[in-house]
Design a protein around this ligand. Structure first.
Ligand SMILES: [Zn+2]
Length: 140
């Protein structure tokens, strides 16, 4: 069961992402987050309109691009994990990034793209959303 945090979150998802008829994004992302065997459980979902086209997680896997961006320990961040799986044909579409993070108690936590991710995310995504302790926010 998801705690009251996501009730607040759910309302905001509806108002912010009303163009999406897909099921509640937080409920969708919750089990994906909990599967991550790490303290920080970040999931990134990439949409084109109503279509979910990629899912990424933070993981210890190293990747040449992670090294290039300068992530600590060449560690993969969920945004990059998701974006590297977007088919090349889809990369010129208007893409929306939704970052979600839960802790192990099922409470929403801050998942704003970090300072290394923000510049390239702003280049490739038309809209960026992320969770904080209360719900989903749009990145200005
Ligand atoms: Zn990052």
């Amino acid at each position: 069961m998801i705690t009251e945090f996501s009730v607040v979150g759910r309302e905001r998802v509806k108002s912010l992402l009303s163009f999406m008829i897909c099921e509640d994004i937080l409920n969708y992302a919750y089990p994906l987050c909990l599967e991550i065997p790490r303290q920080k459980k970040h999931v990134s979902l990439i949409f084109h309109k109503k279509r979910l086209i990629s899912i990424g997680r933070n993981c210890f896997k190293t990747h040449p691009q992670a090294k290039k961006i300068g992530y600590a320990y060449e560690e993969m961040h969920s945004e990059l994990d998701a974006y590297r799986k977007v088919p090349h044909n889809d990369r010129n579409l208007k893409l929306t990034l939704v970052n979600v993070r839960f802790n192990r108690f099922g409470e929403l936590r801050m998942s704003r793209p970090c300072e290394l991710c923000t510049p390239w995310c702003r280049e490739v995504f038309t809209d960026i959303y992320y969770t904080d302790n209360e719900g989903l926010k749009r990145m200005e």
